[in-house]
Every structure is written in C-alpha cells, then in structure tokens.
Design a protein around this ligand. Sequence first.
Ligand SMILES: [Zn+2]
Length: 178
Amino acid sequence: MSYLESKKYEIVPTETYKIIRNCSGCGNKSVYHNTNKIRVNANGKQIDVWLIYQCSKCKHTYNLPVYSRINRDTLDKSEYEALQRSNQEIVNRLGLDRNLFQRKGAKIFREPTYMLKYIGGDSKENVIQFRNPYQIRIRHDKLIAECLEISRTQAKKILETGVLKVSKLSDDEVKFVY
Ligand SMILES: [Zn+2]
C-alpha cells in the first residue's frame, strides 16, 4: 500500500485532565477544570501541596492533594520553588499524572485532547510508531486514521486484515508494522 511509509509520532496532550465529581456548590455531578494554580502550605518544614480545581458551573473549588505532610527537604529546591510559583510545566505534569488522580480517587472526566507531533521516519523499518509519554488512552484505529488521514472504517479494515499489525504495545508506546 503506497500510503504506508515509516513514521514516528509523539502524542502531545493539548490540555490537562478534568475531573468529574459531586459538587457541593451545585448539588450535582459536575466537571471541574484545572485552574493552573498550586497551593503550598508550610508548617515549619512540613508541607502540603494541592493542585486547585474549579467547578465549571459554580466555581466551587476542589483541592487535589499532591503531597500531604511531607518534609520540604525531600523535594529538590528547584521543584519546591516551582510549586510555590505554580510553574506551568509542573502544573501540566501534575495535571496529566494519571497515577496521581487514581491514587487520590479523583475521577478523570475524559481523555485529554491531543495532537500528533511528527518526529521523523526511518525508511529501514516498516513501522508506524507512537510515543505516548502521558499514557493517553486512544483507540488504535483512531491513531491510524489520523496519521494516515483516512476514515476510521478504513483504518479498522487495515488493522483487521493485518496490513498493519501491532508489534509493540505498552502504556507509553505503540508500534505497528506492515
Ligand atoms: Zn458546582
């Protein structure tokens, strides 16, 4: 198939997770978004850190615990300062840390939007590869449809008939060979 050529992509999220929870402000289930703000409380050397979420309807806030009663010295000085400044990079990292949400029982509303960033090809290998550093859950036929610019139906057929086969599958990478 002529449109198949070796390609490598990285799946880059374009938003952080939203949370769905019962809002005591609205009295109903509601979607909370990341405010991009981190709150740090220090009591001597003991600190608490939260990522602040807000109800999209009534602006009620929810503090997602990031660190609870840890010793400040267990963090890098630069990380501690970044937390105090609500540094955007750290907000994004925490806001896309699926394990953090799972540990704290925060229910993720849906998978984030993303873009496929082309990071090169390797003509020696017949492979289409996706790096997925944030472990976003995307169906294989959707990925193939997007990178080959074909319909989901066509992509499903390619996968079902084995034109493309999954050769490596982990939480942070999927690789298809042809
Ligand atoms: Zn609300």
